[in-house]
Design a protein around this ligand. Structure first.
Ligand code: AMP
Length: 192
């Protein structure tokens, strides 16, 4: 299985590129952001708590996200592979992912990291906020908080995957097809 962690700050273009990767490599797209937004829409017992955290630009507890991911990995363990988009976002989540995959005899094949300058990230998120319907894309303060949370909690994952020789940096600036070509070149170095 080709299990890829698609990494990058909010606004780096993970969702757009994930759709293209799914099509090219016939993979399953696992986006924890999408899963959490669906749970909010379903109005479950924990919807209000999840929505409050998302709207503030803060992370949802690791255990809650890990539970959703474990279920989805189980459902798709016989697929060609999974693209993890927006997960893991903390070191404990990365450790949980390694453990969950190992339980099924699987592993992360590589972490492809989309890099883009911060001004560009803020610009893209606020632009997306005009049509995405996402409250967390509309407010300048929330957008900046999400990027700050990324630096504090998520960026350390680059070292986590470097230590496993799985960190594959990719230039995330340019046209969509150009960035996609950069990603595909990096994926050649993944270890299925
Ligand atoms: P995203 O769609 O990936 O930008 O995620 C939107 C929001 O969902 C984030 O700002 C977090 O509040 C929450 N979220 C998504 N994925 C995770 C995760 N792996 N861990 C914790 N919170 C998450």
């Amino acid at each position: 299985m080709l299990n890829i962690v698609l990494f990058g700050a909010p606004g780096a273009g993970k969702g757009t590129q994930a759709d293209k990767l799914v099509e090219k490599y016939d993979l399953v797209h696992l986006s924890t952001g999408d899963m959490l937004r669906s749970e909010v829409a379903r109005q479950s017992a924990r919807s209000a708590a999840i929505k409050q955290l998302i709207d503030k630009g803060q992370l949802v507890p690791d255990s809650m996200v890990a539970e959703m991911v474990a279920e989805k990995i189980g459902e798709h363990r016989h697929s060609n592979g999974i693209i993890f988009d927006g997960f893991p976002r903390t070191i404990p989540q990365a450790e949980m992912l390694d453990a969950m995959l190992a339980e099924q005899g699987l592993h992360v094949c590589g972490m492809v990291a989309l890099n883009a300058p911060e001004d560009e990230l803020v610009r893209r998120l606020l632009e997306r906020g005009k049509y995405s319907g996402r409250d967390d894309d509309r407010d300048d303060d929330v957008v900046r908080r999400r990027i700050a949370v990324y630096h504090e909690k998520t960026a350390p994952l680059m070292d986590y995957y470097k230590a496993q020789a799985k960190y594959l940096p990719v230039v995330g600036v340019g046209g969509i097809d150009e960035i996609f070509a950069n990603l595909c070149a990096a994926i050649k170095h993944c270890k299925p």
